[in-house]
Ligand binder design. Sequence first.
Ligand code: NAD
Length: 426
Amino acid sequence: MARMDTITSREREETNPFVEVGKRIDAVCHRLKIREGINARLKVCERELIVNFPVRMDDDSLVIFTGYRVQHNDTRGPGKGGIRYHPDVDLDDTRALAALMTFKSAVVNIPYGGAKGAVVCNPRTLSIGELERLTRRYASEISLFIGPEKDIPAPDVGTNPQIMAWIMDTYSMTKGYSVLGVVTGKPLEIGGSRGRLEATGRGCVICARLAGKHIGLDLNGASVVVQGFGNVGAISAKLLAREGGKVIAVNDSTGAIHNAKGLDVEAVMRHKAESGSVVGYRPAEAIGSTDLLALQCDILVPAALEQQINEGNAASIKARMIVEGANGPTTAEATRILRDKGVFIVPDILANAGGVVVSYFEWVQGLQSFFWTEEEVNQRLQHVMDDAFHEVLEISQREKVDMREAAYMLAIGRVANAMMIRGIYP
Ligand code: NAD
């Protein structure tokens, strides 16, 4: 890949997110005195599929795209995890994200394993027709691999409910009947769940409220900075503003905007829906994306991509609390720097688990063909997040470790226990 040409293999090793997950698995297994061999199993993915497939473009040319679907671990239930469309995604990113899904499902104690999918592409440059043809072909390439009992995809960066609808339709065509449970994050009209679109951001805000209570920070009046104004970031910003938070800066891949008096988040959402970018929204001033992370604020929500908070910028962060909306936004070294500065971090596998929880609710509703009200969905989400947050906090206080370490201890403990109870086949 282009990225590999410009960095050495040693640098790649240091920034490889799957290597970082592996180190964490070793450390936690060692700390929990988990039987030798379990860590080796958790450091590899159970199944990995690479597909190279053609798509007919609007100008009649054929372009070959590469896609992945990786199942990390299915001990506690079928694989679960999003599908990412991004030009820089590679197999190791997909493996790391699949492993994160195993541990995320375990932290919130839902009966899923972890999986992830990706297509190397830039969806912003594709027409709607090209996007549909690419999605349907990718879905058909991975259709033997996925299914309601095996592995259930959902949206991630660059994908959305419409893309889930095309996957559901393509899969259903191969079966000859409608299969609601093959993907989650679907539009409501075809078996989506009320509350799913907002669930990840809602889960982040539940965590921010609980963490605020723990460190003595009231969300009402708290200043908020959000990196990545997409599904997770924009919804987190909107719901934090509804709690009385003052969202002073947001950004996306095109640039950053700042208003010390607070942005009208729903107006920024409308501006982005119309123009494709947060840039140009008024009243606000344009700032650099590096400056955004260094702004004085109470709550920082990284909700863009991995490794955005790293050795290079962690020292400049002035937030009191970080709620990780994105997967893997903070490197291990940055976590150490921030912990020494006393920043309270709600880790990704807890903070952004609201999405997988409501995906689970969507799957359950689809299997039963019995659908819940939005209040029921939100109330059940609140219970699950509340329990998970307090279980992680309790471990963190008892074992004198940070919330990330505690979340991994809870998750890896649960997965390892399930592996030992099931035993090794044959
Ligand atoms: P999205 O595509 O809706 O939004 C991503 C946003 O980040 C976009 O606005 C994009 O412009 C912006 N962005 C990209 N690179 C950036 C950069 N370098 N700086 C600033 N902004 C940048 O994706 P999403 O679904 O909101 O996912 C965001 C993160 O949350 C990812 O890490 C994803 O894995 C994680 N996540 C998503 C869900 C979900 O339900 N969608 C659930 C759990 C975790």
